[in-house]
Design a protein around this ligand. Structure first.
Ligand SMILES: [Zn+2]
Length: 235
């Protein structure tokens, strides 16, 4: 078990000090993937370790761009200067530790005006942690935030975003809308994917979109039927 984890030395982009982070090796066995791309692995949950937190100054960001310099470094430096930060998220993390690291990363992403797609990805992973913890209300709030930022990304950013094509992004927005109960908006996005000529080249996404579309459609019908039921039928 122990050799799944390893440590690496990183340099903080805010305070220039070195610190070590715990990382998860890539060779985990995948168990399944949820319809919003949350991937479950047998040996560990790599999402627990995707946010790095500097123990010296408290700055936190996702591993993939933690070391990237950005325009608002000075703003964050000013904010953190003189604060007595005592955080240590080194070593193995509990789910609650991981949740706290995402909250920190979201806080700094906000302050740094990070790309909407990056904000979205933080909210999405935080939602997955709540899902794993059996907290559907918290999960739903975070899914909704992720959806909002993906919609912003869709308007503002160059597509593909990371490894997400336009079709994949439309599908994901639609699926997040469906999962948060916004069925007619979900049907709009999912319908675009189902009807898109480009989607023919992305068979897996097309299939997922069809499945989500029909789930959203039947949920909508159920809602309509429930709304028609006489009030007296309730106990
Ligand atoms: Zn630092």
């Amino acid at each position: 078990m122990a050799d799944i984890y390893y440590t690496a030395e990183k340099t903080c982009v805010i305070c220039d000090k070195k610190f070590s982070v715990t990382r998860v090796r890539n060779r985990l066995s995948m168990l399944k993937q949820d319809s919003d791309f949350c991937t479950h692995y047998k040996e560990a949950n790599p999402y627990y370790y995707a946010v790095w937190v500097c123990p010296h100054c408290g700055y936190a960001a996702q591993d993939t761009y933690f070391e990237e310099p950005f325009a608002k470094v000075a703003t964050i430096k000013n904010f953190l200067t003189g604060r007595d930060v005592k955080v240590n998220f080194g070593g193995q993390r509990t789910r609650q530790d991981a949740i706290n690291t995402y909250k920190l990363a979201i806080f700094f992403a906000d302050m740094a005006d990070t790309l909407p797609s990056r904000q979205a990805s933080l909210y999405l992973k935080l939602a997955w942690l709540y899902r794993e913890g059996g907290l559907p209300d918290e999960e739903s709030v975070m899914l909704d935030q992720a959806r909002e930022y993906y919609e912003k990304a869709f308007l503002k950013e160059k597509i593909p975003i990371g490894n997400m094509s336009q079709v994949t992004l439309e599908y994901l927005i639609g699926e997040l809308l469906r999962r948060t109960g916004r069925l007619s908006d979900a049907l709009h996005y999912l319908g675009k994917v189902v009807g898109s000529p480009q989607a023919k080249n992305e068979k897996r996404i097309l299939e997922m979109a069809r499945e989500a579309w029909s789930l959203a459609r039947s949920a909508q019908k159920e809602q309509a039927a429930a709304a028609k039921k006489p009030v007296a039928a309730e106990e």
